[in-house]
Design a protein around this ligand. Structure first.
Ligand SMILES: Cc1cc2nc3c(=O)[nH]c(=O)nc-3n(C[C@H](O)[C@H](O)[C@H](O)COP(=O)(O)O)c2cc1C
Length: 347
């Protein structure tokens, strides 16, 4: 059901992409998703990486570009405003060995748009074009761009911008069907994704509210080449393979599977982060994925990875005090619950 698409010489097979999520799609999370969904994730994208940090040599920022060979094809998304820094950062992405570089034109966070980056670029088309031109001239790897439908209801200019950036050499587009003003409220408007896909000559991917096979089928219409999946991967890290296979959620009520995902995630986190940062990241996944589990609340109170793992061991061995209570897991693909997970505005 999910066909592949190609960004120049790179085949994205199937056309399902792990959407970039700041603070979430680290190397550890991307690897968890890739290995939990064998053959079902066509492309993974880094968190957005600041061109200011990159070009000033910030170690923490550069670390965000690190990837493993088994993640390929791998795309690094950059954000910023300054043309020279965007170009230099894109070159750094190319030198790092990544397969694709993506320009962020969708971030709504005040901290980012106030400095001219993210969705603000959609309000400055001539500046955006200058960035695209310079980056295009500088790098030989495929160049893609992710945007929103527009700034607000009065300025839904994604179609117009798509034509412009494609004519300057952007080779695939991802469109999140919400405006900047909407943030993550309401429903994504997929009609704009479809009309862009009808119009431009490059693959157009849609983003927004794909949570399961049903919602994937409903949105993969017309010439839309594929789907970006963001928040649903935190709710249900197996969402990719479930969309591909058409099987219902394997995680629902499946405590051993949840535990194995959490233990594996802890191992992957430890490879990349100090212990002190791992606990927060494990909680981020558990708070979404383990709704309904009797031990979830307690897990979320623990601020060290060691303590968290001890608690999960108790659960695994059946020694958690509440273990006698049968967990009542909600349907994790319930779209209305899903809407409640809002982007934590980093500003
Ligand atoms: C926590 C969080 C962080 C995000 N960070 C980024 C980002 O760094 N770059 C980007 O292009 N989009 C980012 N997004 C937007 C997602 O990639 C995606 O377009 C949006 O969440 C809608 O898709 P979904 O309904 O599948 O989550 C972020 C979203 C969330 C929830």
């Amino acid at each position: 059901m999910i066909k592949p698409y190609a960004i120049r010489n790179i085949t994205v097979q199937p056309g399902l992409v792990l959407s970039p999520m700041s603070g979430v799609t680290t190397r550890a999370f991307r690897r968890l998703i890739k290995e939990s969904n064998p053959g079902a994730v066509g492309l993974v994208v880094s968190e957005f990486v600041s061109v200011e940090g990159m070009t000033r040599g910030s170690r923490r920022t550069l670390e965000m570009m690190r990837f493993s060979e088994d993640e390929r094809p791998f795309c690094v998304q950059i954000f910023g405003y300054d043309v020279d820094r965007m170009r230099d950062a894109a070159l750094m992405v190319q030198d790092s060995g990544a397969d694709v570089v993506d320009i962020n034109c969708g971030c709504p966070a005040p901290k980012v748009v106030k400095r001219g980056g993210g969705c603000e670029l959609m309000r400055q088309p001539s500046h955006l074009l200058q960035i695209v031109r310079e980056v295009r001239k500088a790098v030989s790897i495929p160049l893609t761009l992710k945007m929103r439908s527009g700034w607000d209801d009065g300025t839904r200019n994604a179609l117009e911008l798509s034509k412009m950036v494609v004519s300057e050499g952007v080779e695939a587009l991802a469109v999140h069907g919400r405006t900047r003003a909407q943030l993550y409220r309401g429903e994504a408007d997929w009609s704009i994704v479809e009309s862009i896909a009808e119009t431009v000559s490059v693959p157009v991917l849609g983003s927004g509210d794909v949570v399961d096979r049903r919602s994937a089928e409903a949105r993969l219409t017309g010439k839309v080449a594929g789907l970006f999946i963001g928040r649903a991967s935190i709710w249900n890290p197996l969402v990719f393979r479930e969309i591909v296979s058409g099987t219902p959620s394997a995680l629902k009520g499946n405590e051993p599977l949840m535990l194995s995902l959490l233990f594996r995630y802890a191992d992957l986190l430890r490879e990349d982060f100090p212990e002190s940062s791992c606990a927060g990241k494990l909680k981020q996944l558990a708070s979404q994925m383990c709704r309904g589990a009797p031990w979830r609340k307690q897990l979320l109170t623990l601020n060290s990875l060691g303590e968290q793992l001890r608690l999960l061991e108790l659960v695994r061995n059946g020694d958690f005090p509440g273990a006698a209570n049968t967990p009542t897991f909600p349907t994790i693909n319930d779209e209305s619950d899903y809407q409640s997970f809002q982007h934590q505005d980093p500003s």
